[in-house]
Design a protein around this ligand. Structure first.
Ligand code: HEM
Length: 300
C-alpha cells in the first residue's frame, strides 16, 4: 500500500469512526431514556383488561389513562391508537388525523432532542486524542532503540506530520462543534480564549487546558511542515511543547469528558496516556545514556 493510499484510508476511516460513535452514543442515550419509561410489571402477569392495546400497568405508570376504558378521553379513538399516532389519549380535542402534521415543528423537536453537535464533538475529541497519541508515539519510537525496529518500516517524517495534521483537524472539529450545541451555549470566545468561559456546565480550567493544547498542536504541526525553512534549534525547542500539550489534553478530556465517566473508556484513556508517558521516559533515558556514551568515546 502506498503512503498516499494509507493517508486516504486513515482520513475515510476516521470519518466513519466519528459517524459510528455519534450514532452509538445517540442509541445508548435513547435506550437509557426508554428505560426510564419502561413499565415495572413486578413479575406480575401482563394484562390489557380493556383490550385497547395498552397494558394495565402501562396505562397506570406512563399514560395515566383508565385501564378499564378503551377510550379514556371519549374522543372515539382507542387509547392504544392514540399512543401510536402520538396524540394525547387524555385530551378529547387531540385525536389522530384532526391536525395536519407540522413538519417544521417535528423537525424542530427532533433537532432539539438530538444534540448532534455534542455527539460529533465527543467523537472528534476522542479521535483528536488518538491521532495526537499516534503522532507522539511515532516521534518517540523512532528514537527509541527498542521500538525503532518495529516502527521504522512505516515511519516517515511526512507520515508523522500527516498524523499531527489529522489530530489538529479533529481537535478543530471537536472545539468548533460546541458552537452548534444549544445546551452548552458556547460562543466563539468560550471556545477560543482560555479561562474566558463563565459556563456553569463546564469546568473552566480544564476547558482552558484543552484550548491551550489546541494552539500548541497547531504551532507544532505548522512548524513541522516548515521545518526545512527554519532553524533546527527553534523547531526542536517548539517540539518540547509536545509533552505539555499531551498532559493538558489528558487532564482536559478526563476532567470534563462525558465518555470518561464510562469505566472502560476512562480506563483506556488513562492507560494509553500512562503507556505513552512510560515510552517518553524510556526514550529520555536512552538519549541521556547515548550522550554519556558518546562523551566517553570522545574522551577516549
Ligand atoms: C479548541 C479547544 C477545545 C475546546 C473548546 C474543547 C472543549 C471540550 C468540552 C466542552 C468537552 C466536554 C465534552 C463532553 O461533554 O464530553 C471536551 C472533552 C474532550 N476533549 Fe476537548 N476541547 C478543546 C480541545 C481539545 C483538544 C486539542 C483535544 C485533543 C486532541 C481534546 C480532546 C478531548 C477529549 C478526549 C474529551 C473527552 C471526550 C469524551 O469524553 O467523549 N479537546 N472538550
Amino acid at each position: 500500500m502506498s503512503i498516499y493510499q494509507m493517508k486516504s484510508k486513515i482520513i475515510s476511516y476516521s470519518f466513519i469512526v466519528v459517524a459510528t460513535f455519534s450514532l452509538l452514543t445517540f442509541s445508548f442515550a435513547r435506550a437509557e431514556e426508554d428505560e426510564i419509561k419502561k413499565v415495572d410489571y413486578n413479575k406480575e402477569v401482563i394484562v390489557d383488561s380493556d383490550l385497547d392495546g395498552l397494558t394495565d400497568k402501562g396505562e397506570q405508570q406512563i399514560y395515566n389513562t383508565n385501564p378499564a376504558s378503551i377510550d379514556s378521553d371519549g374522543d372515539s379513538y382507542l387509547d392504544g391508537a392514540e399512543v401510536l399516532a402520538d396524540t394525547d389519549p387524555m385530551d378529547a380535542q387531540d385525536y389522530p388525523g384532526h391536525r395536519a402534521l407540522d413538519i417544521a415543528k417535528i423537525t424542530d423537536a427532533v433537532n432539539q432532542e438530538i444534540p448532534w453537535a455534542w455527539y460529533v464533538s465527543r467523537a472528534a475529541g476522542i479521535l483528536g486524542f488518538i491521532f495526537l497519541w499516534i503522532t507522539i508515539f511515532l516521534g518517540l519510537s523512532i528514537r527509541n532503540p527498542l521500538l525503532k525496529r518495529f516502527i521504522e518500516p512505516i515511519y516517515s517524517f511526512d507520515f508523522h506530520c500527516f498524523t499531527a495534521a489529522v489530530a489538529v483537524f479533529w481537535a478543530l472539529v471537536h472545539g468548533t462543534s460546541f458552537l452548534f450545541d444549544s445546551m452548552i451555549g458556547f460562543g466563539i470566545k468560550d471556545v477560543a480564549i482560555p479561562f474566558y468561559t463563565q459556563s456553569e456546565l463546564i469546568h473552566g480550567n480544564a476547558l482552558a487546558l484543552g484550548i491551550m493544547a489546541f494552539y500548541a498542536m497547531v504551532v507544532m504541526t505548522i512548524t513541522s511542515y516548515l521545518r526545512a525553512h527554519m532553524s533546527h534549534w527553534l523547531w526542536r525547542a517548539l517540539h518540547f511543547l509536545n509533552p505539555l500539550a499531551f498532559i493538558f489534553v489528558v487532564i482536559h478530556g478526563y476532567v470534563i469528558g462525558t465518555d470518561m465517566k464510562n469505566f472502560y473508556i476512562g480506563s483506556a484513556f488513562l492507560f494509553s496516556s500512562f503507556l505513552l508517558a512510560l515510552i517518553y521516559l524510556s526514550s529520555l533515558v536512552f538519549v541521556i545514556v547515548n550522550k554519556f556514551k558518546r562523551k566517553d568515546e570522545h574522551s577516549n
